[in-house]
Design a protein around this ligand. Structure first.
Ligand SMILES: Cc1ncc(COP(=O)(O)O)c(C=O)c1O
Length: 424
């Protein structure tokens, strides 16, 4: 596409662009165009280091910060921050109009962009605050009876376990907690553990897609297939998956899937998605009831009355950013970084990797024990001495540092990290 043609297309592809000032529209389109052009250049030449350095510059991270903590929270790129700033000014110029319907079309555009990203229908997507809310939606809605069982593996995030404890445990349901190996050799091993946890009382499997502990990817489709043969509902916590790995939610065959977009999709903070298969939507009830709660569509789950719409529209621009890079390109880069760090770590025997190696079992998160080091003290030391931010993981015998590898990390950053670990 010629540059001018791209710019023209860019105008309509930026969410809410009709409402942006001419200046902001031009700037945002220019930024996206530059990104896409650089991508084209990169495909023509082989200077990929320069390309990824350019991608890094799209993020406002402090220049001296070595950020390996995307699994906790991702940074939003400049283009998203600029758009949100514009949306905010727009809202402030006529608050009641934009809050109460003036952005209805733009909000639907965001839903469509998310739906396209995960290969679902917009009618199956609710725009919520985060994965924690999504897991609460499921646990609060289902009508379970005393003796019913819910399977929750031992790597579930507190946001995936506490809602079950709070909403259901007092009703006499049983939480079944199978233990997963830290380093499974194959997905079959994990499926087998879930198979053995199922009884004729199992009603729900509530399962994380990518564990936040050691970054292990769980075989959701295989587990969902097995569950559905037995009439069991499957709810997935995809907080670490959306934006990290390609997702086709209908193909996974699950009933419910929730994710925070402010991690790997780099959206403004306090945003997430909730997907429900059409035939399972009737199970889910809104957590907050306000006018519109009787809506039969999935929109009833996101009806909080007033809400933070500039950020929500910014989510659409995050999807634009993601798509302008390309889902596969982003995923392949994350794998490239994973392979690079693994190679560096395995050449030094003081490092013990606690994340499975096959690409079907891990991608952008790696957990590493440094022999003889207490993980919290080590974390504090590398933060103070080397300005490295990662996450100490001392649950489940891990005693490791969790590093997230995202598209703004480079091989040079990884070299710096390994060097800092070797020196501390
Ligand atoms: C697997 C998993 N689930 C849920 C959450 C909670 O995310 P949020 O605070 O965005 O709801 C996290 C956060 O790290 C997570 O890693």
């Amino acid at each position: 596409m010629q540059r001018r043609q791209f710019l023209a297309a860019g105008f309509s592809s930026i969410t809410g662009s009709l409402l942006l000032s001419q200046h902001a529209k031009a700037e945002l389109s220019e930024n996206l165009a530059q990104l896409t052009q650089t991508l084209g250049d990169n495909n023509r030449h082989t200077d990929s280091q320069a390309f990824w350095q350019n991608v890094k510059h799209q993020f406002p991270l402090q220049p001296e910060l070595y950020y390996f903590n995307n699994a906790s929270l991702g940074p939003s790129p400049n283009i998203v921050n600029k758009a949100v700033q514009e949306f905010r000014l727009q809202l402030e110029s006529f608050p009641s109009k934009y809050m109460w319907g003036g952005w209805k079309k733009e909000k639907e555009q965001v839903r469509e962009k998310i739906a396209t990203l995960v290969h679902a229908s917009p009618e199956d997507i609710a725009l919520i605050h985060n994965a924690t809310e999504g897991m609460n939606l499921v646990a609060a809605s289902l009508k379970l009876s005393p003796g019913d069982e819910v399977i929750l593996g031992n790597h579930e995030h507190p946001s995936g376990t506490i809602p079950w404890q709070h909403w259901q445990e007092t009703k006499g349901i049983k939480l079944v907690r199978p233990e997963l190996p830290l380093l499974p050799q194959s997905t079959r091993e994990i499926v087998e553990i879930y198979r053995q946890a199922i009884t004729d009382k199992t009603k729900v499997i509530s399962i994380v897609h990518i564990t936040n502990t050691n970054g292990m990817i769980l075989p959701i489709k295989e587990i969902a297939d097995m569950a559905h043969d037995r009439g069991i509902l499957v709810a997935v916590d995809g907080a670490q998956a959306l934006g990290m790995i390609p997702l086709n939610l209908p193909e996974l065959g699950i009933d419910f899937y929730t994710a925070s977009s402010h991690k790997w999709l780099f959206s403004p903070k306090g945003l997430g998605i909730f997907y429900a298969k059409r035939s399972s939507q009737h199970f889910i009830k809104p957590l907050i009831v306000a006018s519109g709660y009787e809506d039969k569509s999935i929109r009833r789950l996101e009806n909080y009355n007033s809400r933070n719409l500039p950020e929500l529209l910014g989510l659409g621009v995050s999807v634009d950013f993601h798509q302008s890079l390309g889902e596969q390109k982003k995923y392949q880069r994350i794998l490239e970084l994973k392979h690079y760090i693994r190679k560096r770590l395995t050449s030094d025997t003081q490092f013990h990797i606690k994340t499975p190696e096959p690409d079907e079992l891990s991608a952008g998160i790696i957990c590493v024990e440094i022999k003889g080091q207490e993980v919290r003290a080590l974390n504090d030391r590398i933060a103070a001495q080397s300005n490295i931010n990662c996450r100490p993981m001392d649950v489940l015998t891990l005693n490791g540092l969790r590093f997230s590898l995202s598209i703004y990390n480079t091989e040079k950053d990884i070299d710096y990290l390994i060097n800092a670990l070797q020196m501390s």
